[in-house]
Design a protein around this ligand. Structure first.
Ligand code: ATP
Ligand code: MG
Length: 411
């Protein structure tokens, strides 16, 4: 018999994580779970000693009791692949110990009505779910001024009997959903510092991809404002994927050559084609399998169907545009929700605000654009940009290496 006070002596905080069914079928299942467990470990790594283990279709986490629940909640809400999670109390398969754990879970709470929802993933116990609910319901009524309401209770006490122990929890926090980062491949996102591209990168991260990013800047023609924004945005995105490489590409010189050699209405399409060419080369270096942009159909002149196809013609990799069918208002709402909005709207002179023609062509054709590019030494321009590219690493939780790369940017 386990001592009845065992649950009160445990100095750790326990958390039960439920993951969605998505991606869990067949051969993907161990890959998915392994990535999710690794990401959870990483997300909590700076909060003190803890553990992540798999038990009967759920994950059980521990963290030091001293870590505030709010902090744990914030970290866990950023992990893709989590359906929901709860602070939980554990007890051995012993009714008295389970009652004590229920008392601990309800300690300090008042609630007008409640229900016990018991589930048994472990059937080799003498009591059925209904019996557990009845016994624990009676126990709660003895210690709290409340009543049972099966239909619309103020509080649901969840009791899950799994092979190694019984879990008790009362509140579920919704997770981020999606698939664990690392299960969907590697991408390179074009990150402008504007509203759309961070949302685009986020959406692909949510589908399990690791998204490194590239920012094209016009320093020293312009100040470093856009670079700082890109760096802050990369840092925010890193909270969901733990490691990001940010490539800072000098683009001012390329733009100047385009401006001096190409008719004004074609400029924007050419800027984008050079950006994609450079991104394509960087993606090869990173082992990325596709590019991601924040383009949305019809939002600006370069985002008409004909221009998009002329632009993407230079990329050897697929160009993913997760926002293509979204309205600006929907994108802004997402930017707010993921915490990038405030940074994205900071004023800056993006490299494309420099030398933007008043009337950009909305319907370019590939032969016209290719003819215009004849005036440029494309390999030399690419080499110039790639040689000047600076690589910055962002990690979450942040490491001293991050601080040194930030210093490098200022140099
Ligand atoms: P965003 O809000 O992401 O800047 P946008 O609506 O302003 O997008 P454009 O400026 O036409 O649209 O850019 C389209 C896409 O091209 C961007 O979403 C981004 O992926 C990429 N892009 C544009 N400018 C840059 C830049 N300076 N650095 C990196 N990528 C860029
Ligand atoms: Mg932009």
């Amino acid at each position: 018999m386990v001592p009845a006070d065992r649950t009160t002596q445990d100095p750790r905080r326990h958390i039960v994580v439920h993951y969605g069914e998505l991606g869990l079928k067949g051969r993907n299942r161990p890959v998915f779970l392994h990535a999710l467990m690794r990401n959870l470990e990483r997300a909590l790594s700076s909060l003190g000693e803890g553990s992540v283990e798999q038990q009967s279709g759920r994950l059980l986490l521990t963290a030091p009791e001293s870590v505030p629940w709010g902090e744990l909640e914030e970290r866990l809400q950023q992990v893709f692949g989590v359906a929901n999670f709860s602070r939980c109390w554990t007890a051995p398969h012993d009714l008295e110990a389970v009652k004590q754990a229920v008392s601990r879970a309800l300690h300090g709470r008042s609630f007008a009505s409640f229900r016990i929802t018991a589930r048994r993933a472990f059937k080799e116990l003498p009591w059925g779910s209904q019996e557990i609910s009845r016994i624990l319901g009676t126990h709660v009524l003895e210690s709290h001024a409340t009543k049972v309401d099966l239909k619309n209770p103020e509080l649901v006490v969840h009791v899950e009997v799994i092979p190694r122990q019984t879990l008790i929890y009362v509140e579920k926090t919704a997770g981020a959903g999606g698939l664990p980062v690392g299960t969907g491949g590697t991408l390179l996102g074009l990150l402008s510092g504007g509203l759309d591209s961070p949302v685009a990168a986020y959406r692909m991260m949510k589908r399990g991809c690791q998204v490194h990013v590239v920012h094209f800047h016009s320093y020293p023609f312009l100040d470093r404002a856009s670079q700082r924004k890109a760096q802050t945005l990369a840092r925010l995105l890193t909270q969901h994927q733990y490691h990001t490489k940010l490539c800072m590409v000098p683009f001012g010189e390329v733009q100047q050559r385009i401006v001096s050699a190409v008719p004004a209405p074609y400029r924007v399409v050419l800027y984008r084609r050079y950006m994609l060419r450079i991104a394509d080369a960087l993606a090869q270096q990173l082992g990325a399998q596709a590019l991601v942009t924040g383009e949305s159909l019809g939002q600006v002149a370069s985002q008409t169907l004909s221009n998009l196809s002329v632009i993407e013609a230079v990329s050897t990799l697929p160009v993913l545009r997760p926002l293509i069918g979204m309205d600006k208002a929907e994108i802004m709402e997402q930017a707010e929700a993921i915490g990038t909005y405030a940074t994205s709207i900071l004023p800056d002179q993006d490299c494309c605000t420099l030398f933007v023609p008043r009337r950009p062509a909305t319907r370019t054709t590939l032969p016209d654009i290719e003819a215009a590019e004849q005036a440029l030494d494309t390999p030399a321009l690419l080499q110039l940009a790639l040689e000047g590219t600076q690589w910055i690493t962002c990690d979450f939780p942040e490491t001293p290496a991050y601080a040194s790369s930030e210093a490098a940017l200022e140099a």
